[in-house]
Write a protein that binds this ligand. Structure first.
Ligand code: FES
Ligand SMILES: [Fe+2]
Length: 454
């Protein structure tokens, strides 16, 4: 039986059963039918991160973004309201704005010159009355709005589904952790510079799964940071702390210091800021934040984040924390476009902001050491997942991948003060299993899109 996205539901039920047993068929990464179904059943339904409010602070500020294959023009209008439009002219569909960011009062299409204001209204047509007369109702030809746009802690999300649940419902318990990263300061966060973009030849799930639930890879993939003395030699160093499975496929790792050793409180943020954190966070959030060294996770489906302490020098250089959000935009089954935002507390001293930015650039910027390590590995996973054997759905030999870590072995830590199911180690595949189970549930969900247009 096929679901309305054209996928065999009994096959998907079989996949779900395997995921629950810690096994993922390798073809799930790169299968083209799965990819098409993901676009329809996941990305066209869910909340997609578009940008941060600090990127469009003033009326007329705009940025251009994507929801998978839909170009989005995100801006602040004359009234200070955030608007998101399909970045496609209402006349013949030309991509209206090609710049990444800027400030404008109007947008004029390069094809025939139709002009739209910040409210999306069609306000100018070349030779308008001569060619269309006065009878054409211009209000019918406004820019098309992205159906839903909502923000949380300055993070703007859009959904193509007008029936999408409220953003805060979708984020669920992730909000508690977003508050620690994004809501700890009175004035919130700001994006410094413009977000950077680059391409990786991999599948979006491979990177989301890595950030969401794979601190285990750090000791090997990022061994160069150990050799430089930036990361500890202990191969378990990224395991200390908690891996927390959240609802809706989200997950987060709160990594503490080596074996519980003392780390600088609040990720080394300046002491002057601590009273502010106490004002904005609950006692439980404050305690968790105080003892955390690395925060890394994934907001389903493809918004990942990392807030580690990192350095630009050798063992004697101080480590500085930063906050980095990134979207893994699916371009094809084996290609993603990464957009990466560096964020810092607006009220942090300028010297900290600068050190924090350098720490980000050296580690997770486009040429950062850790970024290079990850991109190379993720490319290899995709490269080795496209052949006949990896794509074999008959499964007459073992073509499933191993997501067994901690399955039926590690019990939740009931004393964890935050929401979610928290396990007392970050070397665990619990988030990945929950991510893929949610993923397959979304693929199984019925869609109201008629089968004949798929
Ligand atoms: S396509 Fe934009 S004005 Fe014609
Ligand atoms: Fe990594």
């Amino acid at each position: 039986m096929a679901n309305q996205a054209g996928l065999d539901t009994s096959m998907l039920e079989g996949v779900k059963d395997k995921i629950r047993r810690g096994l993922l068929p390798q073809w799930a990464f790169t299968d083209s039918e799965i990819f098409k179904a993901e676009v329809k059943n996941i990305f066209a339904k869910t909340w997609n991160f578009l940008g941060h409010e600090s990127e469009i602070e003033n009326p007329g500020d705009y940025v251009t973004r994507w929801i998978v294959h839909d170009p989005v023009l995100l801006l602040r209008d004359q009234n200070g309201q955030i608007q998101a439009y399909l970045n496609s002219c209402a006349h013949r569909g030309t991509k209206l704005c090609t710049a990444d960011f800027g400030n404008k009062k109007t947008f004029t299409c390069p094809y025939h010159g139709w002009t739209f204001n910040l409210s999306g209204d069609l306000i100018g047509i070349i030779a308008g009355n001569k060619v269309y007369g006065e009878e054409m109702d211009r209000s019918q030809w406004s820019l098309r709005k992205i159906p839903k746009v909502e923000s949380y802690q300055g993070m703007i999300f859009g959904s193509l589904d007008e029936h999408a649940e409220p953003l805060e419902t979708f984020l669920g318990d992730m909000k508690w952790y977003f508050d620690i990263m994004l809501g700890r300061s009175d004035a919130g966060m700001e994006v410094r510079g413009v977000p950077q973009k680059w391409i990786i030849n991999t599948n979006w799930k491979i990177s989301a799964d890595n950030f969401g639930g794979d601190p285990y890879h750090t000791a090997m993939s990022h061994r160069s940071t150990v050799e430089l003395g930036i990361s500890p030699k202990d191969p378990m160093y990224a395991s200390y702390g908690h891996q927390i499975v959240l609802d809706n496929g989200h997950g987060i790792n709160m990594v503490t210091a080596l074996g519980g050793a003392k780390v600088p409180p609040y990720q080394g943020l300046p002491e002057d800021m601590w009273p502010m954190f106490a004002r904005n966070l609950s006692a439980e959030q404050l305690k968790v934040f105080e003892n955390t060294m690395i925060i890394v996770g994934n907001c389903f489906p493809n918004l990942s984040f990392v807030s580690p302490m990192h350095g630009t020098g050798g063992p004697d250089e101080p480590l500085t924390s930063f906050v980095n959000f990134r979207v893994w935009r699916p371009v094809s089954p084996t290609k993603i476009e990464v957009t990466s935002w560096f964020m810092v507390d607006k009220e942090a001293p300028e010297a900290f902001k600068e050190a924090s930015y350098l720490s980000y650039i050296g580690s997770f910027g486009p040429s950062g050491t850790l970024e290079q390590d990850d991109a190379e590995i993720w490319t290899r996973v995709a490269e080795a997942s496209q052949g006949e054997m990896a794509q074999d759905k008959d499964i007459h030999y073992n073509n499933v991948l191993n997501y067994l870590m901690g399955l039926d072995r590690v019990e939740p830590d009931e004393s964890w003060p935050g929401p979610g199911v928290a396990y007392p180690t970050c070397y665990l595949d619990a988030i990945s299993r929950a991510f893929y189970e949610h993923w397959v549930d979304q693929l199984l969900a019925t869609t109201d899109i008629p089968a004949n247009v798929l």
